[in-house]
Structures are given as C-alpha cells and as structure tokens.
Design a binder for this molecule. Structure first.
Ligand code: 4NP
Length: 161
C-alpha cells in the first residue's frame, strides 16, 4: 500500500479537496486497493470540522463529495505516509520544523510541482479570505496536479503497475 497525505493550513479547504480529487483520479485508474489517501492541517484550529461550506459548494459542482474531517498533522504521519504533499511554501516550512528524523522530511513535496504547463503557480493559493474564483482556482490546480501526480507515482512505484 502506498500512503499519501495532503497537507494545508486548516485542513478545511485545499487539502480536503486534494484528498477528494486524488481519490477520484486513483479510483478511475482502479488503484484504490493500492493507494491510501488522507489529509491533515498544520493548525488544529478547525479540528473535528467538516470542510468549509464554500469549498464544499464548489467541489460538489464538479462531482466531489468532501467527506474528510479536519485533523492536525502528527509526528507519526511522517512514518505512516510515503508522500506528504503540501499546498504552499508555508506548509512546507511548517512540516520541515517537525521534530522528526530529517530523512523522513524527504517525503515532503509540493502539490504544484506536479502541475503541467498550463499552470504557472508555485503554490495552491489559500482561498479562505477571498472570493469564489479562489475556490475554483484551487480545484483547477488540483485536478491538473493530481493527474500528473498519479502518473509520477505509477512511474516510480513498481507495485502500482
Ligand atoms: P486551508 O484554508 O488551509 O486550505 O484549509 C484555510 C482554512 C482556515 C484558515 C486558513 C486557511 N484559518 O486561518 O482558519
């Protein structure tokens, strides 16, 4: 089993969406039994909450049901997961500051490193304080990056072939 954790600040907008989009991409590729997907937040401020209503509304329009419940990243996530996928540079810095073996931090990657040529973004921008277009951009970036991320996983993990 390959274990993937998506991380953002609050775990109520970007990473729950990444989780849902990636689950769809993985399911379409019939790899559900081989890839486990979860999400978590740098903050514990929203712990126990469902995804942000606005994010849910935009996601549902594209066929995604955001079912995850917010939880903070834990030190043991660095051993439990094979890939820790951060939404922006602040998330990367926060993850790097965890008190875990530095080798485990090689698991941290940025979601936008998988975006194709149509998107020139170095982060998935935080939509929390902005308007509807920010939530749409989150989904656009995630749909593009998750497809390419799965291709990357298949190329680099023989057990998925
Ligand atoms: P997320 O968005 O990191 O994409 O879940 C945010 C959610 C909540 C807050 C910030 C960003 N907040 O400050 O409460």
């Amino acid at each position: 089993m390959l274990n993937i954790l998506f991380v953002c600040l609050g775990n109520i907008c970007r990473s729950p969406s990444a989780e849902a989009v990636m689950k769809k991409v993985v399911s379409d590729a019939q790899l559900n039994s081989k890839i486990f997907i979860d999400s978590a937040g740098i903050l514990d401020y929203h712990e126990g909450e469902q995804a942000d209503r606005r994010m849910q509304t935009h996601a549902v329009k594209r066929g995604y049901d955001l079912t995850s419940i917010s939880r903070p990243v834990l030190p043991e996530d660095f051993t439990r997961f094979d890939y820790i996928v951060a939404m922006d540079e602040d998330n990367v810095s926060a993850l790097k500051s965890f008190n875990v073996d530095s080798v485990l931090k090689n698991k941290i990657v940025k979601m936008t490193s998988f975006n194709g040529d149509s998107y020139n973004y170095n982060s998935v921008p935080d939509p929390y304080y902005g308007g509807p277009e920010g939530f749409e951009l989150v989904l656009d970036l995630l749909e593009d990056a998750c497809k390419n991320f799965l291709d990357h996983l298949v190329r680099n993990n023989p057990e998925l072939k």
